[in-house]
Ligand binder design. Structure first.
Ligand SMILES: *Cc1c(COP(=O)(O)O)cnc(C)c1O
Ligand code: SF4
Length: 379
C-alpha cells in the first residue's frame, strides 16, 4: 500500500496542512502518541508505505543498520514528499550514503563527556547544566549532535543513575537553571517526568526548569492536556522545541504549542542551520515568521557541528552570518533568532557586528540597510 497523501509537493513557503491518518487508521489512533510510538518506521519496507526510497537511501539504511539506525514517527513521515528525495523533511530523517563519507567528523565535537561531573550531566557554565535524562527520541534526526547516545543502550539512564545526578545537583548550590534534555525528556511517561520534576523542585537552589524537546514537531500528540496540567504545577518551566522548516508548522504542531502556552509555559525554538533544509533566506524567514504567528519565539539557530556523518549538512559560517544579517530590518525584531556556534566553552553568538566601534567622539554603527550612522558618544 502506497500512502502518498503526505504533504505533497507543497512549496516550502506554505504552511503545511493538517496531518491525516492513512487509510485503515482511525483518527483516534493517529492522534494517540502511544500508537504513534508503537508504529514508528524502522525498516526500508515500512518506509515504502510512505515514500519511494531511492537506491541511495536504501543502501544507506542497510549500511547504517548497526550505528544510528533510522526511526521515524508516522506523523512526521506524513509530512515527507514521496517523490522528492531532496524534500527538507525527508533529508532530516532518511539516511543518506553521505553519512558514511565524512572523515573529518567527530563523535563528540563539544567534548561533552569531558564536561560531565556525573553521567549525562553536562556543565559548561557555572550556573546551569544540560541534564540528558533520556537517551530516546520519537525519531532520529540524521544530524543529531548526540547521535553517540540516542538509542544506544550504554547511555540509558536507570532510575538509580537519575538519582545520582539529582544528588549531584542538590550538592551543587551554584546550579540555578536545569535544562532537561536528551534524547528527549517528553518521551518519558507523565509519571516518570512528574517524579523527576518533583525531585528537582525539592532542591531549593533550582530556580528554573527548562525542557528541550522536539516532540511538538515530531509527535505533537504527545503534548496532551494532561501533560500540560501536570507541568504547570512545577512553574517556572520554560520549553524550547526544534522546528527546522516551515513545512513542520502544521495545525497539529501549532495546537501542541498553544496547549503549552496556555499552561503558562513560554515556548522557544532552536533550529540547526542545515544545507538543503533551511539555509535559503526565504525558507528561514518563512520559518521564523511562521513560528511567531504560533507565538513561538525563535531563540537560537545553531551552526552545524563538525560531527561525524554530517558534512553534507554543513553551511560555511560566513554564509550563515550573511543569512541572519539579511533578516535584520526586514522582519519583526523578535522573529530573528540568534545564530550561535556551540563550543566546548559554551555558545558563542555569530551575529553580524552592526556595531563598528569608536571613531573620535562618535560611535559608528551600520544600519540594516547598510547606512553608516555616527552616534555622538563623547567620553
Ligand atoms: C545550551 C546549553 C545551556 C543553556 O544555554 P543558554 O544560552 O542559557 O540557553 C546550558 N548548558 C549546556 C551544556 C548547553 O549546551
Ligand atoms: S530530537 Fe534532538 S536529540 Fe533527538 S535525534 Fe533529533 S536532534 Fe537528536
Amino acid at each position: 500500500m502506497m500512502r502518498k497523501g503526505g504533504a505533497g509537493s507543497a512549496a516550502c513557503h506554505e504552511t503545511s496542512r493538517s496531518s491525516a491518518p492513512p487509510a485503515g487508521v482511525a483518527e483516534s489512533e493517529w492522534r494517540d502518541w502511544g500508537w504513534q510510538m508503537r508504529h514508528r518506521i524502522r525498516t526500508a519496507d515500512a518506509l515504502r508505505e510512505w515514500i519511494d526510497p531511492t537506491p541511495r537511501e536504501i543502501a544507506a539504511i542497510a549500511a547504517l543498520a548497526e550505528r544510528f539506525r533510522f526511526v521515524i514517527t508516522p506523523y512526521f513521515a506524513s509530512l515527507m514528499d514521496p517523490e522528492d528525495p531532496d524534500c527538507p523533511i525527508r533529508r532530516q530523517v532518511v539516511p543518506s550514503p553521505d553519512e558514511l563519507g565524512d572523515p573529518a567528523g567527530l563523535a563528540d565535537p563539544l567534548d561533552e563527556v569531558a564536561h560531565s561531573p556525573v553521567k549525562n550531566v553536562i556543565r559548561v557554565y557555572p550556573d546551569r547544566i544540560a541534564f540528558c535524562v533520556n537517551n530516546e527520541c520519537a525519531l532520529y534526526c540524521r544530524y543529531c549532535l548526540r547521535k553517540r547516545m540516542v538509542g544506544e543502550a550504554g547511555w540509558r539512564m536507570q532510575k538509580r543513575e537519575l538519582e545520582i545526578a539529582l544528588d549531584w545537583i542538590a550538592r551543587t548550590p551554584e546550579i540555578r537553571d536545569v535544562l532537561l534534555t536528551g534524547g528527549d525528556p517528553l518521551v518519558f511517561s507523565d509519571a516518570r517526568l512528574e517524579w523527576l520534576l518533583k525531585r528537582l523542585r525539592a532542591i531549593p537552589h533550582v530556580e528554573l526548569i527548562r525542557l528541550g524537546t522536539r516532540l511538538p514537531v515530531t509527535l505533537p500528540f504527545r503534548v496532551t492536556e494532561a501533560l500540560c496540567s501536570m507541568l504547570e504545577r512545577f512553574h517556572p518551566i520554560w520549553l524550547n522545541t526544534h522546528f527546522n522548516h516551515p513545512k513542520e508548522l502544521t495545525p497539529d504542531a501549532a495546537e501542541a504549542c498553544d496547549r503549552l502556552l496556555r499552561a503558562g509555559i513560554p515556548v522557544g525554538n532552536q533550529s540547526v542551520l542545515l544545507k538543503g533544509v533551511n539555509d535559503d533566506p526565504g525558507v528561514m524567514k518563512a520559518l521564523c515568521e511562521g513560528l511567531v504567528r504560533m507565538r513561538v519565539r525563535p531563540y537560537y539557530v545553531y551552526q552545524a557541528q563538525l560531527l561525524e556523518g554530517t558534512a553534507h549538512f554543513r553551511v560555511a559560517i560566513e554564509d550563515g552570518v550573511s543569512l541572519f544579517k539579511g533578516m535584520r530590518g526586514r522582519t519583526t525584531g523578535f522573529a530573528i533568532p540568534r545564530y550561535v556556534l556551540d563550543t566546548p566553552h559554551g555558545k558563542v553568538p555569530l551575529d553580524h557586528p552592526f556595531a563598528k566601534g569608536r571613531d573620535g567622539d562618535d560611535f559608528v554603527v551600520e544600519a540594516w540597510d547598510g547606512t553608516i550612522w555616527r552616534e555622538p558618544n563623547p567620553r
